[in-house]
Design a protein around this ligand. Sequence first.
Ligand code: NAD
Length: 302
Amino acid sequence: MILDGKQIAQTIRAEIREQISTMSAKGLRAPKLAIVIVGNNPASETYVANKMKACAEVGVEALKIAYDAGISENTLLSEVHRLNNDPSIDGFIVQLPLPDHINESTILSAIDYRKDVDGLTPANVGRTVQGLPSIVSATPRGIRELLARYQISTEGKHVVVIGRSNIVGKPIAMLLMQRPYLSLPGMSAASLGDATVTICHSKTRDLKAICLTADIIIVAAGCPNLLTADMVRDGVVVIDVGINRIDDPAAPRGYRLVGDVDFEHVAPKASYITPVPGGVGPMTIVSLLQNTLQAYNLKSDI
Ligand code: NAD
């Protein structure tokens, strides 16, 4: 069965739109997200445009704050402090990557974790690790939501995560191995989390043998066809996070997007599998909206 991230994301967007219009009917202001972008990296420009569009669709107010690539680290830090202290801004993100002369870690660490809707500050990551209420970064949040919406329990399951990045591999592993403390729509809190998690990476020996013991495989490596049919058991659940461009002269743009999984041959063995595109990607964008609403609603609680 296909895990249809596009469809689920659409449902969640409608839910958010509904919540915001109910708030507005009560005279409450809309949630407001600021997006700081430095320089003119075309990929970043596209991501920011997509985020602004997604906000507009659900009624989240979005403010783009653009800086020249030559901005100093100190000036950017001052901007972060200003946004931390601006009560009209519920959450903000600093679009990565930043130019080389700016230390990303210094900037991210300065963001107030209650406004950190990307969930990347050490404070939010630390809170997630300790099982405290936190804002979870968008892709892991989206994966968790996708599993929940399809009622796929992780309790007692062996989850293999391929990839150890700060934005996907590490946080999703942490969330799924934790004692559950969150309840998500349509699923009892007890069903998510409580997994036995193995994290694999580029130096892992015999990835195939490990994958063959998995109930759920989450692949976030950025390698097309990394997970092949001989590496999975029948009935496995596969979440493909990878986004890779493959040259394809027949495609309108000269390339097409593929994930990290040999979808054609793995899908027949899987009980559930995400397509690329249309799986985790749409869930990631909608998670940013959910995080913004979370920051708006729970300002004093997190
Ligand atoms: P990354 O690119 O920072 O690192 C890749 C990870 O994969 C590393 O930890 C590395 O050890 C591991 N790896 C690489 N080759 C491997 C191999 N052959 N065997 C085992 N492990 C291997 O990770 P990232 O930023 O999480 O991105 C991973 C992929 O996910 C990329 O394709 C990226 O574009 C995509 N991504 C998609 C979304 C989304 O919304 N769908 C969000 C974030 C990232």
